[in-house]
Design a protein around this ligand. Structure first.
Ligand SMILES: C[S@@+](CC[C@H](N)C(=O)[O-])C[C@H]1O[C@@H](n2cnc3c(N)ncnc32)[C@H](O)[C@@H]1O
Length: 236
């Protein structure tokens, strides 16, 4: 008995891996992560579908176990890459305790789709050689580390924070003119990019009306300037 935890990618149905797509086509049951997964990925599958949105962990686990015990192939489909804010371990553990093997098939995170949308690098010589991935406090996190992390001066990727962008911006201990990008629905047909600074991004986001499915990227990499050439393509 085995459950495949598959990364669906950021939205564009073509951005799932070949392996992920093959597993979806072969599956008898697909439990998927609601609105963050493109419905095009689910259209035409022979599998029974279960939206995990609003379901308890016990309910999704029971449904997967029931399918496995009747010899069915089960895929748990997560948005982006399952390892980022996917809460996959808490799903794996009860399955493993029931004797089920799990396999993870990585996916393209919305972080990478956002970098692609911005046509930039997340690590850039002379600008930022490091990337911090984090999120603000919210329903499932009591305290965040935004202020302390921002002081490192690296590229900062903030998930799950667009609905509280004013608080996020206030927490960041960086100069007011630090470039910030917000990528809404990266790789979806209605993708939108807002570019600003720490001083004005919250107002711009509010005016655009985005309150979900967006990533906040902070740092010089957003402006695509001021970088040095790498050694990689130097003439020898
Ligand atoms: C529960 S997390 C899942 C992240 C996912 N595992 C990933 O790797 O992209 C949901 C958050 O991811 C970000 N997100 C997911 N899809 C997105 C997209 N297409 N464009 C921008 N941000 C997205 C948003 O910050 C959203 O609040």
């Amino acid at each position: 008995m085995k459950v495949y935890f598959v990364g669906a990618g950021p939205g564009d149905a073509d951005l799932i891996t070949v392996k992920g797509k093959r597993l979806l086509d072969e599956a008898d049951l697909v439990v998927y992560a609601g609105s963050l997964v493109n419905p095009d990925l689910l259209t035409g599958l022979k599998a029974d579908l279960m939206d995990s949105n609003g379901q308890s962990l016990e309910a999704t686990t029971a449904r997967m176990l029931e399918a496995l015990r009747s010899g069915k192939k089960v895929v748990r489909l997560h948005s982006g890459d399952p390892s980022l804010y996917g809460a996959v371990l808490e799903q794996m553990q009860p399955l493993e305790e029931a004797g089920v093997e799990v396999e993870v098939v990585p996916g393209v995170s919305s972080l990478f789709a956002s970098a692609a949308a911005l046509k930039t690098q997340l690590t850039l010589k002379g600008v930022s050689e490091s990337l911090i991935i984090t999120r603000p406090a919210g329903t499932t996190l009591e305290n965040d580390e935004l202020a302390a992390l921002s002081r490192h001066g690296t590229t900062l990727a903030v998930f799950l924070g667009i609905d509280k962008i004013e608080d996020v911006v206030k927490s960041l201990d960086r100069p007011a003119d630090t470039p910030v990008a917000v990528v809404y629905h990266a790789s979806w047909p209605d993708q939108e990019i807002i570019i600003g600074t720490l001083a004005d991004i919250a107002g711009k986001v509010k005016a655009a009306g985005f309150s979900r499915s967006a990533l906040i990227l902070v740092g010089g990499v957003v402006s695509r300037t001021g970088f040095g050439r790498s050694h990689l393509y130097r003439a020898r």
